[in-house]
Design a protein around this ligand. Structure first.
Ligand code: GZL
Length: 326
């Protein structure tokens, strides 16, 4: 009996010894590349609803490729349930980090608690969330949508000498950019009593819905429409199509301002049909992976890493369009 225990102990020591040998770094201290485990990141993306969104996806997937990251990508097609399913799967696969572009602000506590219990850091990109426990995510990398809304309102007030009937195309219901771009716009408009939002409706950040909602506005209020505020360029481009088809001269008799700064918006400004757009940078790939490296190295990162935004208008669109990366 004793000999069996001795044999078992020797085997145990042998395994430990053997384990130490494989973990012992090669000469020069570096772990052989083959033994280095690839960083694995689970990325849950909203969908592909706009040119901005596809530019963001391209930036994050391209940067992962460049850095040799094992990126597990899930397109939720605009459904929170699909995002929650994707995060649950990432947790089961024991990814090192989760990157989430949350389609809406609420309903994340359960799945993010599971990620926290699994000790998987969560990085939010481009949209924020509302949670009672802010430790459920490490940081948010995004633009300041309230500021974007304010910039749009200030510009429109100047452009229309503080007097306009405004028709608003809102983004997806419950999404942080839709909520905050509306909030910022309305806050700034308080200084201009003759700037009135006459009608406001969601067109879900898509070009098709933007055209549809604008057609309805034209049908009911044709002669009142003086300005359009769209929460993104895709909806503005749909509205321009509807205004053109109705013979209403977008960019001239109807002033339009939107947000994102995608190539299509610059083309519309050069064509004189869109008056201005507030850039919201989607090229977040490098910043996302630099932030992941900091988090994994144990460095502290701010709770909100803000992208800088800039307003572009027809006057400077022509000389800037060739420099646009998305
Ligand atoms: C903004 C992003 C918004 C864009 C839209 O960070 O969440 O969603 O403005 C996109 O184009 O659909």
């Amino acid at each position: 009996m004793r000999w069996m225990i001795a044999v078992a102990l020797m085997a145990l020591v042998g395994c430990k010894q053997q384990a130490q040998e494989t973990a012992t770094p090669a000469p020069g201290g570096a772990t052989p590349p083959a033994a280095q485990k690839k960083l694995s990141v689970g990325f849950s993306q909203v969908g592909a609803e706009s040119a901005w969104r596809t530019a963001e996806t391209k930036s994050i997937r391209g940067e992962a490729e460049k850095r040799g990251v094992d990126l597990k990508f899930a397109d939720a097609q605009g459904k929170q349930a699909s995002q929650i399913q994707a995060l649950t799967s990432f947790i089961a696969q024991k990814v090192d980090v989760i990157v989430l572009a949350p389609v809406v602000e609420t309903g994340w506590e359960v799945v993010l608690t599971q990620a926290k219990e699994a000790k998987i850091p969560v990085i939010l990109v481009d949209r924020g969330i509302k949670v009672s426990d802010e430790s459920l995510y490490t940081t948010l990398i995004a633009s300041d949508f309230v500021e974007e809304g304010r910039m749009a309102a200030e510009w429109l007030a100047k452009q229309t000498n503080g007097k306009a009937n405004i028709y608003e195309l809102q983004g997806s219901t419950g999404a942080a950019p839709a909520i905050d771009r509306k909030k910022g716009f309305e806050e700034a408009l308080q200084k201009f009593p003759d700037m009135k939002i006459v009608k406001s409706q969601s067109a879900d950040f898509t070009r098709a819905k933007g055209k549809e909602v604008m057609e309805a506005f034209i049908k009911s209020d044709r002669d009142q429409i003086q300005a359009v505020y769209a929460h993104n360029d895709d909806m503005a481009l749909g509205a321009i199509q509807a205004l053109d088809e109705a013979g209403m001269n977008p960019g001239k008799t109807v002033t339009l301002i939107s947000i994102d700064g995608v190539k299509g918006a610059f083309e519309a400004m050069v064509a004189g049909k869109l008056n201005a757009t507030v850039e919201c940078n989607p090229l977040l790939g490098p910043l996302v992976f630099d932030t992941i490296n900091k988090v994994r190295a144990g460095e502290s990162v701010p709770k909100f890493i803000k992208s800088q935004d800039q307003l572009f208008e027809q006057a400077n669109a022509a000389q800037v369009i060739s420099t646009r990366e998305y």
